[in-house]
Design a binder for this molecule. Structure first.
Ligand SMILES: NC(=O)c1ccc[n+]([C@@H]2O[C@H](COP(=O)([O-])OP(=O)(O)OC[C@H]3O[C@@H](n4cnc5c(N)ncnc54)[C@H](OP(=O)(O)O)[C@@H]3O)[C@@H](O)[C@H]2O)c1
Length: 345
């Protein structure tokens, strides 16, 4: 009999999340098998259950954020060893997702976890890191088309260029702010509940405005902060209201990045792009693999990128549904919920 593991299955479209047995997969050429030590939860996980989006084959294993140990190497993988601590962005396919004890990943898209970073911290990164990075550095219409900060020559090159990050305390927003700092943007202006101000300033924000200010006042106050035209607004919330604010903030020729479908009316002389942070979309592969395979461990080691704060959920995989319910109820503020799939089975 082939070996089995525990996985959290969404048993059918709009169905229930239940812990059941699943096979342990065999890595093919270029792949690794990862024993998952930590996975974080994302809004998309409850949205898939509630709205039936993205997934057609059920029962389905959800979860995109994988951190753990290399368990087995597929043919041709020579850059990792069994036991290496790694993290990677999963996919919406059962043998590549994270709400389970073991999963497969491509070695070419996998990152090492530096010693200073825990599995839980690393697991907060992939989904929000990919959408942040793609939104800033992929070409139009997939992102702003900025130069990625992959070398000393390409870091800090946007000095004097303002950027606005709407929703800086969201998990996406926190990463966008840090990447904007690495690219040299200034000022980096954000909106959030003001209790997050100190943390967001420590990540690189130069000004934090109350997320509840009326849009017209917010636009007036932000425009006072810079004489330069605002050409880049990253809307990490993307409600209709935040998108409209983003469009209004932009100077002619400016670009708005959204994380949900564009619903705002966009003036003819401005652009709005829906950013899809899926690592295996053909236009994302090279950018994302370079980031994960070659760069992100160094950024973490040097403290250039700090993972979001963590709250560990009780009861391993069985604790995930309660966490998703809290996310859906908008009860998560400035942190990531993390589950440990090896616990309590
Ligand atoms: N397109 C993609 O590939 C992609 C990838 C990842 C995520 N997403 C989407 O991006 C969105 C954010 O995801 P996430 O993981 O970053 O969420 P999250 O961390 O759970 O977001 C919660 C945070 O958002 C803040 N917030 C909520 N409404 C706000 C507003 N109007 N203005 C400013 N801040 C606000 C909350 O602030 P308080 O602390 O004040 O409550 C809270 O800190 C979700 O809709 C998600 O589905 C899309």
């Amino acid at each position: 009999m082939s070996p089995t593991q525990k996985a959290l299955f969404l048993n059918k479209k709009f169905g229930d999340l239940v812990v059941e047995d699943a096979p342990i997969y065999k890595p093919g050429p270029g792949e690794i098998l990862i024993k998952i030590k930590a996975t974080s939860l994302n809004p998309v996980d409850w949205k898939i259950q509630k709205y039936g989006i993205f997934i057609e084959e059920y029962p389905a294993i959800l979860g995109g954020d994988i951190a753990g140990d290399v368990e087995e190497l597929g043919e041709g993988v020579d850059e990792f060893r069994k036991g290496d601590r790694v993290f990677v962005h999963g996919q919406f396919v059962n043998d590549r997702s994270s709400f389970q004890q073991y999963t497969l990943a491509l070695a070419s898209a996998t990152a090492r976890i530096p010693p200073s970073v825990s599995y839980e911290q690393a697991s907060t990164l992939p989904v929000v890191l990919t959408v942040s990075y793609v939104g800033l550095y992929n070409e139009n219409p997939h992102g702003f088309g900025l130069t990625a900060p992959v070398s000393e020559e390409t870091q800090g090159i946007y000095g004097g260029t303002p950027i606005v990050v709407l929703g800086g305390a969201s998990s996406v927003g926190q990463i966008v702010i840090q990447l904007a700092r690495l690219s040299g943007f200034s000022p980096i202006i954000t909106t959030a509940s003001l209790k997050h101000t100190d943390n967001l300033k420590s990540l690189g924000a130069t000004a934090v405005f109350d997320r509840d200010l009326p849009a017209s006042e917010l636009v007036k106050e932000i425009k006072k902060l810079t004489n330069e035209p605002i050409k880049f607004v990253y809307d990490s919330i993307s409600s209709n209201i935040t998108q409209e604010t983003g469009v209004e903030l932009l100077a002619p020729g400016g670009q708005l990045a959204t994380v949900l479908p564009v619903t705002a009316k966009v003036d003819k002389d401005k652009s709005a792009w829906l950013i899809l942070g899926m690592p295996r979309l053909p236009h994302n592969i090279e950018l994302v693999e370079t980031l994960y395979h070659d760069k992100i461990a160094g950024f973490l080691e040097k403290g250039i990128i700090k993972p979001n704060k963590v709250e560990v959920l009780p009861n391993g995989l069985a604790g995930v549904p309660d966490g998703l319910a809290r996310m859906e109820a908008d009860k998560i503020s400035g942190l990531k919920l993390v589950a440990r799939p090896q616990e309590n089975l």
